[in-house]
Write a protein that binds this ligand. Structure first.
Ligand code: HEC
Ligand code: HEC
Length: 312
């Protein structure tokens, strides 16, 4: 082997002079910049070993001069979040429902908290998207039994419907058949009339049915059958049915009544969670603007603040 290394004919690169069975190695050293980066990372890693926990030992790991631990980091992060929540919750407790609607930050906080609380507490009856099912009203539409303003919704959630407590929304439709108020043929006639309200072709009996309706039903459902929010009696003319609009189901409703119960959440959920739920339900699609004349009386009792979305 000569002291000057041979040049490879194909690539024009000098060989290292190493040869295995006729295969020769080209002399292509790593570029200088690459070597420097490599050295810097080596030095960096030594610095890291000294400052941070790194090498495993029998009793755990080397501690590092800075005393950093993932526990401390987590505690610091959690402290920051708790502080943010405290500030937000403080603002949230003091804000009226209307304040929350006007403040994008509080509004986002309410919708997120309300959504979580809805899943935990309401979805079993109203469906996870609030779309409802037989006997459980759809909360996405603007067809309200008891009213769709912020105050109405807040009141309904807090005190319930036909639930416990003097403040619960209350009205009871008579079980007209079971209690013997109407005879079977009268129930048939009033059923015919209810069917015509939502557009079914009238039968002869519906004239008698209209009289029965005016005498027995109009006090709650209104003379025009469009429902009344003071009594929670549904609109019978809009083809949106809580229990069903076929003859069989209406006959059954009039005979036995339904007495749907919405639980009162006061005492089970704190005021902040109820506020968040109110805003969440209001924005589902059917929320109405406040009409001060219709708003129920303000509730003087304030419950202590707690975490929004907490399931208590
Ligand atoms: C046990 C079943 C049940 C649960 C759980 C439940 N609801 Fe209800 N909810 C009902 C029923 C039944 C009605 C209708 C009562 C009636 O016929 O007037 C209702 C009515 C309502 C109404 C009034 C709708 C209107 O048209 O006026 C609102 C608002 C409402 N629920 C919100 C909620 C929220 C928010 C939760 C969770 C905190 C919840 N509900 C949990 C059964 C339930
Ligand atoms: C005291 C008030 C009141 C009176 C009187 C009353 N209702 Fe009702 N009605 C209601 C309420 C409240 C509901 C909501 C269902 C519930 O009780 O859970 C309802 C529900 C209904 C429904 C079911 C609607 C749906 O969407 O599925 C029909 C049908 C109905 N009433 C027909 C009548 C007829 C017919 C009469 C008269 C013979 C009558 N009601 C008298 C209060 C009343």
């Amino acid at each position: 082997m000569s002291d000057k290394n041979e040049i490879d004919k194909v690539s024009g690169v000098e060989t290292t002079g190493h040869e295995w069975d006729g295969l020769k190695e080209l002399n292509n050293p790593a570029p200088r910049w690459w070597l420097w980066v490599f050295f810097v990372t080596v030095i960096w890693s030594v610095g890291y070993w000294i400052l941070f926990p790194s090498w495993p030992t029998i009793g755990g790991a080397t501690q590092g001069l800075w005393g950093w631990t993932s526990h401390k980091k987590l505690a610091a992060d959690q402290g920051e979040i708790a502080e943010m929540q405290r500030i937000n919750l403080g603002k949230f407790s003091n804000a009226s429902l209307q304040d929350i609607m006007n403040d994008p930050e509080l509004y986002a906080f309410a919708v997120a908290g309300g959504k979580a609380a809805f899943k935990d507490n309401c979805a079993t009856c109203h469906g996870s998207g609030g779309a409802g099912s037989k006997g459980y009203p759809n909360l996405n539409d603007d067809d309200w039994l008891w009213g769709g303003t912020l105050d109405d919704i807040f009141y309904t959630i807090k005190h319930g419907i036909r639930s416990v407590g003097d403040d619960s929304r209350f009205s009871l439709m008579t079980a007209f058949g079971k209690d013997g108020v109407l005879k079977p043929d009268e129930i048939e006639a009033v059923t015919d009339y209810v069917l015509t309200l939502s557009g079914t072709t009238p039968k002869d009996s519906h004239v008698q049915g209209q009289q029965i309706f005016q005498q027995n039903c109009a006090s709650c459902h209104g003379a025009d059958g469009k429902g009344m929010r003071d009594t929670g009696a549904p609109n019978l003319t809009d083809k949106i049915w809580l229990y069903g609009g076929d003859r069989q189901t209406i006959r059954q409703t009039v005979t036995y009544a339904r007495k749907g119960v919405m639980p009162a959440w006061k005492g089970r959920l704190d005021e902040n969670t109820i506020k968040a739920l109110t805003v969440y339900v209001h924005q589902l699609g059917g929320g109405e603007e406040d009409k001060p004349a219709q708003a129920p009386k303000a509730d003087p009792q304030q419950e202590p603040a707690g975490h929004v979305g907490a399931d208590e």
